[in-house]
Write a protein that binds this ligand. Structure first.
Ligand SMILES: Cc1cc2nc3c(=O)[nH]c(=O)nc-3n(C[C@H](O)[C@H](O)[C@H](O)COP(=O)(O)OP(=O)(O)OC[C@H]3O[C@@H](n4cnc5c(N)ncnc54)[C@H](O)[C@@H]3O)c2cc1C
Length: 328
């Protein structure tokens, strides 16, 4: 059985790790984040009335793929995933509200990162470890960390990070994968994070905005399963608006997005939390397509949403299929 280093323990890296581990391989995952989540992170902020929880990246996920359905069912049984029975609406460019399709939407519990935490159970995963470079070759890869530490040897390496970071890490070793990653552009997203003592006066849980100059999506935690603490609201800016304002200070962005929330909901009570998070690589503009990439000469694979589609489910499928291919 082989040994694999997986760089990135977001949902795609973990799906790959689980498929490899199920086939009996030795798997070590490394992630620069302080805890599980990646773009499915949950931020916790203390307030005078309890801890506020924000899913500030992905808001929900679908389960269309049969293998992903099985994985979601297992996680649901563990209490790491729940069905979000919310009201989902769309506003058109004239402000007209309509209902979004009623496909089941799932979330991690008690926060979105619950699913990532669940998938990491039983895998050898190290957080807070940013990989800076690789050296070696197939059968003898060394992984070098920003901290100065080096771990290895590993037979093969999987890179499960956004495309821009893939090209930095892999171009030197596998130009074929590096060049494909370089051709991909990820779009940013500013997220406003707001908490209030009680729910705001709106009759929906998530709204998508078509043709709005600033807003892309607004969601509330109020009816998400397993959430406790103050009512929280996440306001995602459109990609083009986020690009224009990318380098502005987070507190300015938070004030601006709070005004947008007020424009929609009417006068707001004083927020318990008011902040903003910048996702520099939120979602790929266009996905590359093959599902995953593998250089068999070098023993390097790549997976993630940039190869499959800018959604949680697609990222999982990408990692799962790469793990199965490497196991075979
Ligand atoms: C604002 C926003 C809203 C979204 N909304 C939705 C939604 O509603 N529904 C949906 O289905 N999808 C949504 N998505 C997309 C979804 O979150 C992603 O497609 C999915 O989470 C990608 O998973 P991944 O494993 O490919 O990448 P990631 O989740 O980004 O995981 C990559 C991991 O690699 C780590 N990493 C990066 N570089 C290094 C390094 N050098 N060393 C070590 N570790 C490293 C990171 O810390 C991260 O944990 C949204 C994304 C964003 C940002």
């Amino acid at each position: 059985m082989g040994s694999f280093a997986i760089i990135g323990a977001g949902i795609s890296g973990l799906a790959c790790g689980n498929a490899l581990a199920a086939a009996g391989h030795q798997v070590s995952l490394f992630d620069k984040g302080r805890g599980p989540g990646g773009r499915m992170s949950t931020r916790r902020v203390d307030t005078p009335i309890g801890q506020a929880h924000f899913d500030h990246g992905a808001q929900f996920f679908t389960e269309r793929d049969p293998d992903f359905q099985k994985a979601v069912s297992a996680l649901e049984a563990q209490g790491a995933v729940g069905l979000w029975r919310g009201q989902f609406v769309r506003f058109d460019s004239n402000g007209q509200q309509s209902t979004l399709g009623d496909e089941p939407r799932y979330v991690g519990t008690p926060g979105m990162n619950g699913i990532v935490r669940g998938l990491a159970t039983g895998l050898n995963t190290a957080w807070g470890m940013r990989v800076s470079t690789l050296s070696g070759q197939k059968g003898a890869w060394q992984v070098h960390f920003e901290s100065g530490e080096t771990l290895g040897p590993f037979d093969q390496v999987v890179c499960a990070v956004p495309a821009e970071q893939v090209s930095d890490l892999l171009s030197q070793h596998t130009p074929a994968i590096g060049d494909q990653a370089k051709a991909v552009r990820s779009l940013p997203c500013w997220a406003g994070l707001f908490a209030f003592e009680g729910p705001l006066k709106i009759d929906w849980d998530m709204a998508r905005f078509d043709g709005h100059p600033v807003l892309d999506v607004i969601s509330t935690s109020v009816n998400k399963p397993g959430r406790t603490g103050p009512a929280t609201y996440v306001v995602h800016g459109r990609a083009d608006w986020s690009i224009t304002h990318l380098e502005e200070a987070a507190d300015q962005i938070a004030s601006f997005l709070l005004q947008e929330l007020a424009a929609l909901c009417g006068p707001l009570p004083p927020p318990l939390v008011q902040s903003a998070h910048r996702w520099r690589y939120a979602r790929v503009e266009t996905s590359h397509g093959p599902g995953f990439l593998y250089d068999g000469v070098q023993g390097i694979g790549a997976c993630g949403d940039w190869l499959s589609g800018p959604r949680v489910e697609s990222a999982w499928v990408s990692g799962h299929h790469l793990g199965q291919a490497l196991s075979a």
